[in-house]
Design a protein around this ligand. Structure first.
Ligand SMILES: Cc1cc2nc3c(=O)[nH]c(=O)nc-3n(C[C@H](O)[C@H](O)[C@H](O)COP(=O)(O)OP(=O)(O)OC[C@H]3O[C@@H](n4cnc5c(N)ncnc54)[C@H](O)[C@@H]3O)c2cc1C
Length: 283
Protein backbone atom coordinates (compact mmCIF):
# COMPACT_ATOMS: atom_id res chain seq x y z
CA UNK A 1 0.00 0.00 0.00
CA UNK A 2 1.36 3.45 -0.94
CA UNK A 3 1.80 5.89 1.93
CA UNK A 4 3.46 9.24 2.62
CA UNK A 5 5.12 8.43 5.94
CA UNK A 6 8.19 10.62 6.55
CA UNK A 7 8.92 10.02 10.22
CA UNK A 8 8.27 7.74 13.16
CA UNK A 9 8.13 9.21 16.69
CA UNK A 10 8.45 7.22 19.90
CA UNK A 11 7.19 9.45 22.74
CA UNK A 12 8.15 8.52 26.28
CA UNK A 13 4.91 9.49 28.00
CA UNK A 14 1.20 9.67 27.21
CA UNK A 15 1.34 13.42 27.77
CA UNK A 16 4.10 13.81 25.17
CA UNK A 17 2.27 11.54 22.71
CA UNK A 18 -0.98 13.49 23.11
CA UNK A 19 0.75 16.85 22.73
CA UNK A 20 2.45 15.70 19.53
CA UNK A 21 -0.79 14.27 18.17
CA UNK A 22 -2.67 17.51 18.89
CA UNK A 23 0.11 19.55 17.25
CA UNK A 24 0.32 17.50 14.05
CA UNK A 25 -3.44 16.75 13.82
CA UNK A 26 -4.41 14.96 10.56
CA UNK A 27 -0.76 14.70 9.50
CA UNK A 28 -0.11 12.16 12.24
CA UNK A 29 -1.50 8.83 13.26
CA UNK A 30 -1.20 7.02 16.56
CA UNK A 31 -0.28 3.36 16.56
CA UNK A 32 -0.15 0.89 19.45
CA UNK A 33 -0.11 -2.80 18.42
CA UNK A 34 -0.94 -1.84 14.83
CA UNK A 35 -3.46 -4.65 14.25
CA UNK A 36 -6.28 -2.31 13.18
CA UNK A 37 -4.33 0.60 11.88
CA UNK A 38 -2.66 -0.79 8.79
CA UNK A 39 -5.94 -0.98 6.89
CA UNK A 40 -6.87 2.66 7.43
CA UNK A 41 -3.85 4.85 6.72
CA UNK A 42 -4.82 8.12 4.99
CA UNK A 43 -2.51 9.76 2.39
CA UNK A 44 -2.36 12.93 4.55
CA UNK A 45 -0.46 11.04 7.25
CA UNK A 46 3.27 11.88 7.35
CA UNK A 47 4.09 10.98 10.96
CA UNK A 48 3.49 7.79 12.87
CA UNK A 49 3.33 8.30 16.63
CA UNK A 50 4.25 4.87 17.94
CA UNK A 51 3.11 4.31 21.52
CA UNK A 52 5.24 1.17 21.98
CA UNK A 53 7.64 2.84 24.47
CA UNK A 54 4.98 4.25 26.79
CA UNK A 55 5.28 2.86 30.33
CA UNK A 56 1.65 1.74 30.29
CA UNK A 57 1.88 -2.04 30.40
CA UNK A 58 0.73 -2.48 33.97
CA UNK A 59 -2.05 -4.54 35.52
CA UNK A 60 -2.14 -3.55 39.18
CA UNK A 61 -4.61 -2.88 41.97
CA UNK A 62 -4.71 -0.35 44.79
CA UNK A 63 -7.38 0.32 47.40
CA UNK A 64 -9.65 2.09 44.94
CA UNK A 65 -8.98 0.67 41.49
CA UNK A 66 -7.82 -2.14 39.29
CA UNK A 67 -5.62 -0.31 36.77
CA UNK A 68 -4.93 -1.69 33.29
CA UNK A 69 -2.41 0.24 31.20
CA UNK A 70 -3.39 1.08 27.63
CA UNK A 71 -0.31 -0.65 26.22
CA UNK A 72 -1.05 -3.98 27.89
CA UNK A 73 -1.39 -6.66 25.25
CA UNK A 74 -4.43 -8.91 25.17
CA UNK A 75 -2.13 -11.90 25.82
CA UNK A 76 -0.91 -10.19 29.01
CA UNK A 77 -4.51 -9.84 30.20
CA UNK A 78 -5.11 -13.50 29.58
CA UNK A 79 -2.05 -14.52 31.61
CA UNK A 80 -2.42 -12.03 34.48
CA UNK A 81 -2.76 -13.78 37.89
CA UNK A 82 -4.50 -10.67 39.26
CA UNK A 83 -7.13 -10.72 36.52
CA UNK A 84 -7.66 -14.46 36.96
CA UNK A 85 -8.95 -13.60 40.45
CA UNK A 86 -10.98 -10.53 39.54
CA UNK A 87 -14.77 -10.84 39.12
CA UNK A 88 -14.60 -14.52 38.28
CA UNK A 89 -11.69 -13.91 35.89
CA UNK A 90 -14.05 -12.36 33.34
CA UNK A 91 -11.46 -9.98 31.82
CA UNK A 92 -8.88 -12.76 31.38
CA UNK A 93 -11.57 -15.01 29.91
CA UNK A 94 -12.61 -12.34 27.40
CA UNK A 95 -8.95 -12.05 26.37
CA UNK A 96 -8.82 -15.84 25.98
CA UNK A 97 -11.68 -15.66 23.46
CA UNK A 98 -9.62 -13.59 20.98
CA UNK A 99 -9.94 -14.83 17.43
CA UNK A 100 -6.26 -15.59 16.86
CA UNK A 101 -2.93 -15.73 18.66
CA UNK A 102 -1.20 -13.04 16.58
CA UNK A 103 -3.90 -10.41 17.20
CA UNK A 104 -3.88 -11.45 20.87
CA UNK A 105 -0.16 -10.93 21.29
CA UNK A 106 0.09 -7.67 19.29
CA UNK A 107 -3.26 -6.01 20.02
CA UNK A 108 -3.50 -3.71 23.03
CA UNK A 109 -6.19 -2.70 25.48
CA UNK A 110 -5.93 0.94 24.34
CA UNK A 111 -6.41 -0.03 20.70
CA UNK A 112 -9.38 -2.24 21.54
CA UNK A 113 -11.28 0.51 23.35
CA UNK A 114 -10.14 3.37 21.09
CA UNK A 115 -11.75 1.89 17.99
CA UNK A 116 -14.51 -0.03 19.69
CA UNK A 117 -15.85 -2.14 16.87
CA UNK A 118 -19.22 -3.63 18.00
CA UNK A 119 -17.65 -7.10 18.06
CA UNK A 120 -14.64 -6.15 20.18
CA UNK A 121 -14.26 -8.37 23.22
CA UNK A 122 -13.26 -5.88 25.91
CA UNK A 123 -15.87 -3.06 25.78
CA UNK A 124 -18.79 -5.21 27.06
CA UNK A 125 -16.63 -6.48 29.94
CA UNK A 126 -15.38 -3.03 30.91
CA UNK A 127 -18.93 -1.67 30.72
CA UNK A 128 -20.19 -4.47 32.98
CA UNK A 129 -17.48 -3.73 35.55
CA UNK A 130 -18.22 0.03 35.75
CA UNK A 131 -14.85 0.95 34.22
CA UNK A 132 -13.65 4.48 33.66
CA UNK A 133 -11.06 5.53 31.09
CA UNK A 134 -8.20 7.90 31.84
CA UNK A 135 -7.29 10.00 28.77
CA UNK A 136 -4.70 12.70 28.15
CA UNK A 137 -4.85 15.57 25.68
CA UNK A 138 -1.26 16.57 26.43
CA UNK A 139 -2.22 19.25 28.94
CA UNK A 140 -4.45 17.47 31.45
CA UNK A 141 -5.88 14.06 32.20
CA UNK A 142 -9.58 13.42 31.97
CA UNK A 143 -11.53 10.53 33.50
CA UNK A 144 -14.53 9.36 31.52
CA UNK A 145 -17.15 6.69 32.31
CA UNK A 146 -16.64 3.80 29.90
CA UNK A 147 -20.06 4.29 28.24
CA UNK A 148 -19.06 7.84 27.39
CA UNK A 149 -16.07 6.87 25.26
CA UNK A 150 -18.27 4.53 23.23
CA UNK A 151 -20.41 7.48 22.10
CA UNK A 152 -19.54 8.27 18.45
CA UNK A 153 -18.72 11.96 19.12
CA UNK A 154 -16.28 11.03 21.88
CA UNK A 155 -14.84 8.05 20.02
CA UNK A 156 -13.85 10.33 17.15
CA UNK A 157 -11.70 12.26 19.61
CA UNK A 158 -9.87 9.21 20.91
CA UNK A 159 -6.66 8.85 18.92
CA UNK A 160 -7.12 12.34 17.45
CA UNK A 161 -7.42 14.54 20.54
CA UNK A 162 -6.99 12.13 23.45
CA UNK A 163 -4.58 9.31 24.18
CA UNK A 164 -6.02 6.50 26.31
CA UNK A 165 -3.74 6.13 29.33
CA UNK A 166 -5.43 3.39 31.35
CA UNK A 167 -8.71 1.66 32.04
CA UNK A 168 -9.64 1.69 35.75
CA UNK A 169 -12.16 -0.64 37.36
CA UNK A 170 -13.55 -0.01 40.87
CA UNK A 171 -11.95 -2.23 43.52
CA UNK A 172 -15.41 -3.25 44.75
CA UNK A 173 -15.97 -5.31 41.59
CA UNK A 174 -13.21 -7.76 42.57
CA UNK A 175 -15.72 -9.91 44.45
CA UNK A 176 -18.54 -9.61 41.93
CA UNK A 177 -19.52 -12.78 40.18
CA UNK A 178 -19.32 -12.37 36.41
CA UNK A 179 -19.80 -14.52 33.33
CA UNK A 180 -19.63 -14.10 29.58
CA UNK A 181 -20.81 -15.93 26.49
CA UNK A 182 -20.86 -15.34 22.78
CA UNK A 183 -22.35 -16.96 19.72
CA UNK A 184 -20.28 -16.84 16.54
CA UNK A 185 -19.85 -19.07 13.54
CA UNK A 186 -16.63 -20.50 14.97
CA UNK A 187 -14.57 -19.94 18.11
CA UNK A 188 -12.01 -18.17 15.95
CA UNK A 189 -14.50 -15.61 14.56
CA UNK A 190 -13.95 -12.05 15.70
CA UNK A 191 -17.46 -11.19 14.57
CA UNK A 192 -20.32 -12.69 16.57
CA UNK A 193 -24.09 -12.80 16.27
CA UNK A 194 -24.21 -11.66 19.84
CA UNK A 195 -22.16 -11.57 23.00
CA UNK A 196 -23.26 -11.11 26.57
CA UNK A 197 -21.50 -10.20 29.81
CA UNK A 198 -23.16 -10.14 33.22
CA UNK A 199 -21.67 -9.02 36.51
CA UNK A 200 -23.57 -9.62 39.73
CA UNK A 201 -23.01 -8.24 43.20
CA UNK A 202 -24.70 -10.83 45.44
CA UNK A 203 -25.75 -10.52 49.05
CA UNK A 204 -27.41 -13.28 51.08
CA UNK A 205 -28.58 -15.10 47.96
CA UNK A 206 -30.11 -11.99 46.38
CA UNK A 207 -29.04 -9.54 43.69
CA UNK A 208 -27.66 -6.39 45.30
CA UNK A 209 -26.48 -4.98 41.99
CA UNK A 210 -26.23 -6.27 38.45
CA UNK A 211 -24.93 -5.26 35.02
CA UNK A 212 -26.16 -6.98 31.88
CA UNK A 213 -24.36 -5.97 28.70
CA UNK A 214 -24.91 -7.05 25.11
CA UNK A 215 -22.28 -6.67 22.38
CA UNK A 216 -22.33 -7.22 18.61
CA UNK A 217 -26.07 -6.68 18.10
CA UNK A 218 -26.18 -2.88 18.37
CA UNK A 219 -23.56 -0.45 17.00
CA UNK A 220 -21.86 -0.45 20.39
CA UNK A 221 -21.84 -2.49 23.59
CA UNK A 222 -24.93 -1.54 25.59
CA UNK A 223 -26.23 -2.11 29.10
CA UNK A 224 -29.69 -3.65 29.18
CA UNK A 225 -31.40 -1.45 31.75
CA UNK A 226 -34.73 -3.29 31.75
CA UNK A 227 -33.17 -6.69 32.40
CA UNK A 228 -31.11 -5.13 35.19
CA UNK A 229 -34.22 -3.53 36.73
CA UNK A 230 -36.07 -6.87 36.71
CA UNK A 231 -33.22 -8.45 38.69
CA UNK A 232 -32.68 -5.75 41.27
CA UNK A 233 -33.16 -7.14 44.80
CA UNK A 234 -34.46 -10.47 43.49
CA UNK A 235 -33.25 -13.90 44.60
CA UNK A 236 -30.36 -15.41 42.63
CA UNK A 237 -32.65 -18.02 41.10
CA UNK A 238 -33.58 -19.51 37.77
CA UNK A 239 -36.94 -17.68 37.89
CA UNK A 240 -35.11 -14.34 38.14
CA UNK A 241 -32.80 -15.29 35.27
CA UNK A 242 -35.78 -16.24 33.11
CA UNK A 243 -37.54 -12.95 33.88
CA UNK A 244 -34.36 -11.09 32.87
CA UNK A 245 -34.15 -13.12 29.65
CA UNK A 246 -37.66 -12.03 28.63
CA UNK A 247 -37.02 -8.39 29.59
CA UNK A 248 -33.74 -8.33 27.66
CA UNK A 249 -35.30 -9.82 24.54
CA UNK A 250 -38.08 -7.22 24.57
CA UNK A 251 -35.66 -4.35 25.19
CA UNK A 252 -33.23 -5.45 22.49
CA UNK A 253 -36.04 -5.91 20.00
CA UNK A 254 -37.19 -2.37 20.60
CA UNK A 255 -33.61 -1.03 20.37
CA UNK A 256 -33.17 -2.77 16.99
CA UNK A 257 -36.50 -1.30 15.81
CA UNK A 258 -38.00 -4.80 15.56
CA UNK A 259 -35.69 -5.51 12.57
CA UNK A 260 -36.30 -9.03 11.23
CA UNK A 261 -32.59 -9.45 10.52
CA UNK A 262 -31.85 -8.99 14.21
CA UNK A 263 -34.71 -11.14 15.56
CA UNK A 264 -32.51 -14.23 15.98
CA UNK A 265 -29.73 -12.25 17.68
CA UNK A 266 -32.27 -10.74 20.10
CA UNK A 267 -33.61 -14.17 21.01
CA UNK A 268 -30.17 -15.68 21.47
CA UNK A 269 -28.98 -12.69 23.51
CA UNK A 270 -31.73 -13.42 26.03
CA UNK A 271 -30.72 -17.07 26.22
CA UNK A 272 -27.04 -16.20 26.69
CA UNK A 273 -27.94 -13.66 29.36
CA UNK A 274 -29.95 -16.25 31.25
CA UNK A 275 -27.10 -18.77 31.08
CA UNK A 276 -24.56 -16.16 32.19
CA UNK A 277 -26.81 -15.15 35.07
CA UNK A 278 -27.16 -18.74 36.22
CA UNK A 279 -23.37 -19.14 36.09
CA UNK A 280 -22.86 -15.88 37.99
CA UNK A 281 -25.54 -16.75 40.59
CA UNK A 282 -23.75 -20.03 41.28
CA UNK A 283 -20.44 -18.12 41.54
C1 LIG B 1 -7.01 -10.69 12.15
C2 LIG B 1 -7.57 -9.87 13.29
C3 LIG B 1 -8.29 -10.49 14.27
C4 LIG B 1 -8.82 -9.74 15.34
N1 LIG B 1 -9.56 -10.39 16.30
C5 LIG B 1 -10.10 -9.67 17.30
C6 LIG B 1 -10.88 -10.32 18.32
O1 LIG B 1 -11.06 -11.53 18.34
N2 LIG B 1 -11.44 -9.54 19.27
C7 LIG B 1 -11.28 -8.18 19.29
O2 LIG B 1 -11.81 -7.53 20.17
N3 LIG B 1 -10.55 -7.55 18.35
C8 LIG B 1 -9.96 -8.25 17.36
N4 LIG B 1 -9.22 -7.61 16.40
C9 LIG B 1 -9.10 -6.15 16.43
C10 LIG B 1 -7.82 -5.62 17.05
O3 LIG B 1 -6.77 -6.54 16.97
C11 LIG B 1 -8.01 -5.27 18.52
O4 LIG B 1 -9.07 -4.35 18.63
C12 LIG B 1 -6.77 -4.72 19.19
O5 LIG B 1 -6.97 -4.68 20.57
C13 LIG B 1 -6.41 -3.33 18.66
O6 LIG B 1 -5.28 -2.88 19.37
P1 LIG B 1 -3.97 -2.34 18.62
O7 LIG B 1 -3.03 -1.97 19.67
O8 LIG B 1 -3.50 -3.29 17.60
O9 LIG B 1 -4.58 -1.04 17.90
P2 LIG B 1 -3.91 -0.19 16.73
O10 LIG B 1 -4.15 -0.87 15.41
O11 LIG B 1 -2.53 0.17 17.05
O12 LIG B 1 -4.82 1.10 16.83
C14 LIG B 1 -6.22 1.04 16.55
C15 LIG B 1 -6.76 2.47 16.61
O13 LIG B 1 -6.76 2.93 17.95
C16 LIG B 1 -5.94 4.08 18.08
N5 LIG B 1 -5.20 3.88 19.35
C17 LIG B 1 -4.49 2.79 19.71
N6 LIG B 1 -4.06 2.92 20.98
C18 LIG B 1 -4.51 4.12 21.42
C19 LIG B 1 -4.38 4.83 22.64
N7 LIG B 1 -3.73 4.34 23.70
N8 LIG B 1 -4.98 6.04 22.75
C20 LIG B 1 -5.66 6.56 21.69
N9 LIG B 1 -5.80 5.94 20.51
C21 LIG B 1 -5.23 4.74 20.37
C22 LIG B 1 -5.06 4.13 16.86
O14 LIG B 1 -4.76 5.46 16.50
C23 LIG B 1 -5.93 3.46 15.82
O15 LIG B 1 -6.81 4.39 15.24
C24 LIG B 1 -8.64 -8.34 15.36
C25 LIG B 1 -7.90 -7.71 14.35
C26 LIG B 1 -7.37 -8.46 13.33
C27 LIG B 1 -6.57 -7.76 12.26
Amino acid sequence: MKNNIKQFCFPGSAKEAAALMNKLKHKAVVVAGGTRLSRALLPSVETVIDLADLPLKHVKADRKWLRIGALCSIAELEKSPLLAQWAGGVIARAAGQWSNALARSMGTVGGNVSRAHPHNNLPPVFLALDAVVVCSDGRAEKVLPFARILEPAMMRQIGTRYIVVEVCIPAATRTWSAALARLAITKTSWEAYTSCVVAVDRKDGSVRGVRVVVGSVLPRATRMGKAEAVLDGKPCSEASARAAEAALQAELQSLTGGAQAKAYACRVSGVLARRCLMEAFQG
